[in-house]
Design a protein. Structure first.
Length: 90
């Protein structure tokens, strides 16, 4: 099962490292990643991941990422790819 993870907030050191470390600990593979810094210091990132072999249920992973976001002062959201696609269809 593929999922989309979005991250947004004030730029700081370690955002990508912390998010990818959390994913690696749960055996989630990053397929694609894009990140941008919008002036003056707003960080945005979108990741496509493969979560088929995730060690925990996807809802728990989403909660774990949201908690990490709160700890880092960021908004981190994880959605199944099919849900993400359905929400963004015109």
């Amino acid at each position: 099962m593929r999922a989309v993870i979005t991250v947004a907030g004030k730029d700081r050191v370690g955002i990508i490292a912390n998010v990818t470390q959390t994913l690696a600990q749960q055996n989630v593979n990053v397929l694609d990643i894009t990140q941008t810094i919008l002036p003056p210091d707003f960080f945005t990132m979108v990741m496509l991941v493969e979560a088929e072999a995730c060690k925990i249920p996807f809802g728990d992973l989403a909660d774990q990422l949201a908690t990490l976001g709160t700890q880092m002062g960021l908004a981190i959201h994880a959605q199944r790819e099919d849900t993400f696609q359905a929400m963004h269809r015109i």
